[in-house]
Ligand binder design. Structure first.
Ligand code: PMP
Length: 448
């Protein structure tokens, strides 16, 4: 099997124009929270295809819905309506507070955010966008301008100054402002709450006010934010910050876009959508990943007012809103509801957090554990007091150790120093306990 993996990787280098597929594993089967590699080894998947497998790999009800719809009618383009799509958008829109009720169907999170930017700009007649440092909003060139986390900023990494080329009207605030070098905001890259506690959120709001004051235009199209930053390392904002930020932006004519690509569909446990925890109803919500449990689909939900101002615009894509996506989307919503997966996220997220807190107290290299429901981060540090990130090679060793013991987790954060724990929401108590025991062994080995 190893020879086969090597052969495939050699082949990838020749024909696959992607920088990913970095792992030396050839996966061939998935079932619920489990993955099997070609050599027969089994893994507990605590990353869920990057927060995407929401109800479990190859869930029978999702597969059945997909099969039935594919056999009946797989594609029409969005010229012709189908009952699968009609049923889905009705169902999805009911999950939002009023006035969020109009659904646009697209294919990926990047495309959803690209459309959200366009909707906000067309609706407000303004161009400028505010995005937050550490945020990730996509990999197409428009959303790369919004994305503000290290190596993901292709444009910056390759010397195209973001402000100069791809996104001339994106302001990074407050995290990105060079004026805030010593601001508590810098601390956010390493910890949940700033050292001053959550009240320091007021200072963040002041920083945002500064950014707005300094920006060339006084008119905004929108602010975009993840309720909890995912790729950024499971970073939570101080209480009240997003609400205050949305008010500042709305005062300048802008909209509030909530990027729920990772945080939606019950993953956070206590709330179905991340914005609900921040006391602010967005004007636009974008979603992807968990929406299709691995099937490529995404959506934007907005108000009739915003949608109306877009009615003259020509917006079209070939696959968005195809009937199979409609059927899959409905099945995913059914499973989340029928299997009580939101509640499972809440309960097992708590169990996981409690276990991780014990590890944090036990091991010097665990600097912080944080998150909500089944979106959890465990930050690795080399100096607990100063929260200096653990060097990447050591983080990778621990990660590799976990994998050798059968546990797959993700990584994120500015220095890739935070393990990301985002399993399918169907995991059990035994899975949580197994993951904790694997972490325990791996951390112990790296602490002696
Ligand atoms: N927004 C967020 C919060 C994301 O995490 C991602 C993907 N990591 C995206 C947008 C982009 O989604 P996609 O990869 O489906 O284009």
């Amino acid at each position: 099997a190893y020879e086969q993996v090597l052969a495939i990787r050699r082949e990838q280098l020749r024909h696959l124009g992607l920088t990913f597929y970095r792992e030396p594993l050839l996966m061939y089967r998935g079932h619920r929270q489990w993955l099997w590699a070609a050599d027969g080894s089994r893994f507990l998947d605590f990353f869920g295809g990057i927060v995407t497998v929401s109800v479990g790999h190859s869930h029978p009800r999702v597969l059945e819905a997909m099969r039935r719809q594919t056999e009946t009618l797989a594609h029409t383009t969005s010229i012709y309506m189908t009952s699968a799509v009609h049923q889905y958008v009705q169902r999805l829109s009911r999950l939002f507070p009023q006035p969020l009720s109009v659904v646009f169907l697209v294919n990926s999170g990047s495309e959803a955010n690209d459309l959200a930017m366009l909707l906000a700009r067309v609706h407000t007649g303004n161009f400028d966008l505010i995005t937050l440092r550490g945020g990730y909003h996509g990999g197409v060139s428009s959303t790369m301008g919004l994305t503000s986390i290290g190596s993901w900023k292709f444009n910056v990494a390759h010397g195209f100054g973001c402000h100069a080329t791809m996104c001339p009207d994106v302001y990074r605030g407050p995290w990105g402002g060079s004026h805030c070098r010593d601001s508590p905001i810098q601390a956010l890259r390493q910890c949940t709450c700033p050292p001053g506690g959550c009240e320091a959120g007021d200072r963040y709001v002041e920083d945002l006010r500064d950014v707005l004051q300094c920006s060339v235009s006084k008119h905004l199209a929108a602010i975009i934010a993840e309720p909890i930053q995912g790729v950024g390392g499971v970073v939570q904002y101080p209480r009240g910050f997003l609400q205050a930020a949305s008010e500042l932006v709305r005062e300048r004519g802008g909209l509030y876009i909530s990027d729920e690509v990772q945080t939606g569909f019950g993953r956070l446990g206590s709330h179905y959508w991340g914005f609900q925890a921040h006391g602010v109803t967005p004007d636009i919500v974008t979603m992807a990943k968990g929406i299709g449990n691995g099937f490529p689909m995404a959506a934007v939900v907005t108000t009739p007012e915003v949608a109306e101002s877009f009615s003259e615009a020509l917006h079209f894509n070939t696959f968005g809103g195809n009937p199979v996506a409609g059927a899959v989307g409905t099945a995913v919503l059914d499973v989340i509801e029928d299997e009580g997966l939101q509640m499972n996220s809440e309960c097992l997220g708590k169990r996981m957090m409690e276990g991780l807190a014990v590890l944090r107290d036990q091991y010097e290299i665990v600097g912080d554990v944080r998150g909500k429901g089944l979106m959890i981060g465990m930050e690795m540090v080399r100096d607990k007091g100063r929260r200096e990130p653990l060097v990447m090679a050591e983080v990778n060793e621990i990660w590799e150790d976990c994998r050798q013991m059968g546990l797959l987790v993700g990584k994120g954060g500015l220095y890739n120093q935070t393990f990301r724990i985002t399993p399918p929401m169907c995991i059990t108590e035994a899975d949580v306990d197994f993951a904790l025991s694997v972490f325990h062994v791996a951390l112990h080995r790296h602490s002696v």
